[in-house]
Design a protein around this ligand. Structure first.
Ligand code: F6R
Length: 647
C-alpha cells in the first residue's frame, strides 16, 4: 500500500512536503519526466562520454549532477548546478579519470530533499565501494532508513535513494556467499515504489547492474560495450541498437556480454530494437513541441500528484507537508490565495472547492495587486501561495508581505527548493516534473489535483462525510484514465482548430468551476496564438460582453453536466440567436448540446468538483493547434518568459 512519505530533516525547505513520482509513457517510447541516468561499460574513456550523456539529458530539467567512475577504487564527483560546473570540477582530475572505462552519471531534479551537493547522485555506501544512481521513488524509504540506522548505517543525504545503496551493502555483508547481483536483487525485493537504478561496485568491478520498476531504462548495445540511459537521447550518437528494459527486470552487463532477468531471477530474452528517431524527436518524446508533450503527460502527472497521498484502503487523504497544520488551516479566519496567471486560475478553483468542502472563507488575489495595496491580512489568516516555478517576483513579494504581517504562509509549488518553497511555513509540492513549454499546462492540472486533495482533507469531519470522501477519491483516481481518453480526441480538436484558426477574437464562457477554466482556456489561446481571447462567467455575458457577439465570434462554452448546466444551455441559446459560433465542451452522452453547438468536444462523465481536470484539456489542445497552425513558436511565445522573476 502506498504510504505518505515525510522528510523530517529538510532544513531549507522548512516543512514542505517531500514526495514525488516520476515516470511517464508516451507514444515513441517510455519517457521520464525528471532525473536522468547514464552509464557505460566497455573500452572507451568513460568520463567525457558520461558528461556528454548528461548534457544530452539536460532538456529534462535538473538541479544537480554527478558521476562515479570505477578505476580500482570508486571516485565520485557530484554537485548542485549544471553539468558544465561538474565538468569544471573534473578538470583537476585528469590523472584519475584517464583510461577509466566504467562509470555512471546522473542529473537530479529534487524531490526528496533540496537541490544540494549531498543530495545529488551517485550515492555511496560508508566504505565508498558501491555507487548507485536512482530515478523514481522508494515509497517505504522511511521504514527502511530506520531499520538501517538501527543496524548502524548513517545517512548523509535526505534522499529516498540513499536507502538503496546502504540496503545493498547491508545484504551483501550479511548474507553469506551472496554476490553483487544477488545483493541488488535482494534489496529490490524489499523496496516498494518505483525505480530505474544503475549501480557499480569496486568489489566486483567488471559489472554494471541496472534494474527497472516504473522508471524507464534503455540499454544501448555496442561491440563489447554497453550504454545505459533513462531515455535514448544520450545513446544515439554511439549505437542505434537498444534494449528497453521492462518493469520488474534487471540486467547485469560485463564488457563480454549481458544477461537480463526478472528481479526474481528468471532469465529473459532481451529484444534488441533499432532506434530510428532523431535526437530532437527523442527529447520531445516524439512530439513536435514540449507543450504538446506536457499536455500528453497529464494523466501520468495527475497520478504522480496523488501517489502516496491517497489511501484507497481506508479512503483517506494524507498530505505529508500539511498534516501537522490541518487544524490550524481549519480554524483559520479565512484563507487568502496569492498567485499569478495560470496559478491564479488554479487558486480560483481552490477557493470554490475549499469553501464548498471546508466552509473556510477564501479570498483569491493577484499577487501583483496584493503587494501594492494595503491589504487586510495578519495573524489568524492562512495565506496560500501557488507558483509553478516558486520564483515569480510578484508572488514572492506578496508572500513576504503577508508573512511579515503575521499570517501563516503555505506554499503550493512545483519546483523543489525554489525560493517560495523555502520561505513558506509549510506546504505541498505538485510534482509535475520540469515544465519546459512556456505556456503552463501540466503544472496547472497538478495544482488542481493538489487543491482537490487539500479541500477534501480540510472538509473531512466538517461538511464531508466519510462515504462522500470515499466516493470522490474513488472517482479522483479514475480521472487520469479519463484524461487519457480526452487526449485521444487530439485529431478531432485539430480539425476544429483548422476551422477557427483565423478568427481574431475568442470568447470562453463557463459557470462555477468552469469559470476559472474559461479564464485558463482564454489565457492559453492568447499567450501562444496571439489571438485576443476573453474568459468570462457565462451569466455575466448579458451585462455587457454580449454586445460583441456576431457571426465572426467563436464562443467556447464549458457546458459539462453539473448544477448550472441548464443555465449554460440558456446562455448558449442567447449566443446562437445572435449568430455567434458555438463550440461546446460537453459530457459524453449529451445529445441536447449537439443541437445547439456547431462543434462539440466530449469529455467523460465526472463529478462536478473534478471537472476542471478534464474540461481544461481540450482547451489546451485547441490553443496549441491554433497557435501551431498560425505558425507560431508554441514553446517560446513572443514577449514571454517561463519564470517571471522581475516585476
Ligand atoms: C501561463 C503561465 C503564467 C504563469 C505565471 C505564474 O501559461 O505560465 O501565467 O502561470 O507567470 O507563474 P508561476 O506559477 O511560476 O508563479
Amino acid at each position: 500500500m502506498p504510504v505518505s512519505i515525510e522528510c523530517s530533516r529538510v532544513s531549507t525547505l522548512s516543512r514542505f512536503e517531500v514526495i514525488a513520482r516520476h515516470d511517464i509513457s508516451i507514444h515513441i517510447q517510455i519517457f521520464m519526466l525528471m532525473c536522468g541516468i547514464v552509464g557505460y561499460i566497455g573500452n572507451r574513456e568513460v568520463a567525457p562520454l558520461l558528461l556528454q550523456g548528461l548534457k544530452r539529458l539536460e532538456y529534462r530539467g535538473y538541479d544537480s549532477a554527478g558521476i562515479a567512475l570505477l578505476n580500482g577504487s570508486l571516485s565520485v564527483w557530484k554537485q548542485k548546478g549544471c553539468v558544465s560546473l561538474l565538468e569544471e570540477a573534473f578538470s583537476g582530475s585528469a590523472a584519475i579519470i584517464k583510461d577509466v572505462t566504467i562509470g555512471i552519471g546522473h542529473t537530479r531534479w529534487a524531490t526528496h530533499g533540496d537541490p544540494s551537493d549531498r543530495n545529488a547522485h551517485p550515492h555511496v555506501n560508508a566504505e565508498g565501494d558501491i555507487a548507485l544512481i536512482h530515478n523514481g521513488i522508494i515509497e517505504n524509504h522511511a521504514v527502511l532508513r530506520l531499520e538501517l540506522e538501527k543496524q548502524g548505517y548513517s545517512f548523509v543525504s535526505e534522499t529516498d535513494s540513499e536507502v538503496l545503496v546502504h540496503l545493498i551493502d547491508h545484504l551483501w555483508t550479511q548474507i553469506p556467499l551472496i554476490d553483487f547481483e544477488s545483493a541488488v536483487r535482494e534489496a529490490l525485493t524489499l523496496v516498494e515504489g518505483t525505480y530505474g537504478i544503475c549501480v557499480l561496485s569496486q568489489r566486483e568491478p567488471d559489472k554494471l547492474i541496472v534494474a527497472r520498476q516504473g522508471s524507464p531504462l534503455v540499454i544501448g548495445v555496442g561491440v563489447d560495450e554497453y550504454f545505459i540511459a533513462s531515455d535514448a537521447a544520450p545513446l544515439v550518437e554511439y549505437t542505434r541498437r537498444v534494449i528497453y528494459l521492462h518493469d520488474g527486470e534487471m540486467a547485469v552487463m560485463r564488457q563480454s556480454g549481458f544477461r537480463v532477468s526478472t528481479i526474481d531471477n528468471i532469465e529473459q530474452d532481451a529484444v534488441v530494437s533499432e532506434l530510428d528517431f532523431k535526437l530532437e524527436e527523442i527529447e520531445k518524446g516524439g512530439f513536435d513541441h514540449f507543450m504538446l508533450k506536457e499536455i500528453f503527460e497529464q494523466p501520468v502527472v495527475m497520478r504522480d500528484v496523488m501517489r502516496g497521498r491517497i489511501r484507497l484502503a481506508d479512503k483517506t487523504v494524507h498530505l505529508g507537508g500539511i498534516n501537522d497544520h490541518l487544524e490550524e488551516l481549519r480554524s483559520a479566519h479565512r484563507m487568502v490565495i496569492l498567485a499569478c496567471g495560470t496559478s491564479w486560475h488554479a487558486g480560483l478553483i481552490g477557493k470554490y472547492l475549499i469553501e464548498e468542502f471546508a466552509r473556510i472563507p477564501v479570498q483569491v488575489d493577484y499577487a501583483s495587486e496584493f503587494r501594492y495595496r494595503n491589504p487586510v491580512v495578519g495573524p489568524g489568516d492562512v495565506v496560500m501561495v501557488i507558483s509553478q516555478s516558486g520564483e515569480t517576483a510578484d508572488t514572492l513579494a506578496a508572500m513576504r508581505m503577508a508573512k511579515k504581517r503575521g499570517a501563516k504562509v503555505m506554499g503550493l509549488c512545483n519546483v523543489v527548493g525554489s525560493t517560495i518553497a523555502r520561505e513558506t511555513d509549510f506546504g505541498l509540492y505538485t510534482h509535475a516534473g520540469p515544465e519546459i513549454g512556456v505556456a503552463s499546462t501540466k503544472a496547472f492540472t497538478a495544482q488542481v489535483v493538489a487543491l482537490i486533495m487539500l479541500s477534501i482533507a480540510l472538509g473531512k469531519n466538517r461538511t464531508m462525510s466519510d462515504p462522500e470522501i470515499a466516493g470522490l477519491l474513488d472517482e479522483l483516481v479514475q480521472v487520469p484514465e479519463k484524461a487519457a481518453r480526452i487526449l485521444q480526441r487530439n485529431e478531432e480538436i485539430l480539425r476544429i482548430a483548422e476551422r477557427y484558426k483565423d478568427a481574431s477574437n475568442f470568447f470562453y464562457l463557463g459557470r462555477g468551476l468552469s469559470f476559472p477554466v474559461a479564464l485558463e482556456g482564454a489565457l492559453k489561446l492568447k499567450e501562444i496564438s496571439y489571438i485576443h481571447a476573453e474568459g468570462y462567467p457565462a451569466a455575466e455575458m448579458k451585462h455587457g460582453p454580449i454586445a460583441l457577439i456576431d457571426k465572426e465570434l467563436p464562443v467556447i462554452f464549458i457546458a459539462a453536466q453539473e448544477s448550472s448546466y441548464k443555465k449554460v444551455l440558456s446562455n448558449i441559446e442567447e449566443v446562437r440567436c445572435r449568430k455567434g459560433r458555438v463550440i461546446a465542451i460537453a459530457t459524453e452522452g449529451d445529445r441536447e448540446i449537439s443541437r445547439l453547438a456547431e462543434q462539440v468536444i466530449y469529455i467523460p462523465h465526472v463529478s462536478p468538483p473534478l471537472l476542471p481536470l478534464l474540461t481544461v484539456i481540450p482547451l489546451q489542445l485547441l490553443a496549441y493547434h491554433i497557435a501551431n497552425l498560425r505558425g507560431h513558436n508554441v514553446d517560446r511565445p513572443r514577449n514571454l518568459a517561463k519564470s517571471v522573476t522581475v516585476e
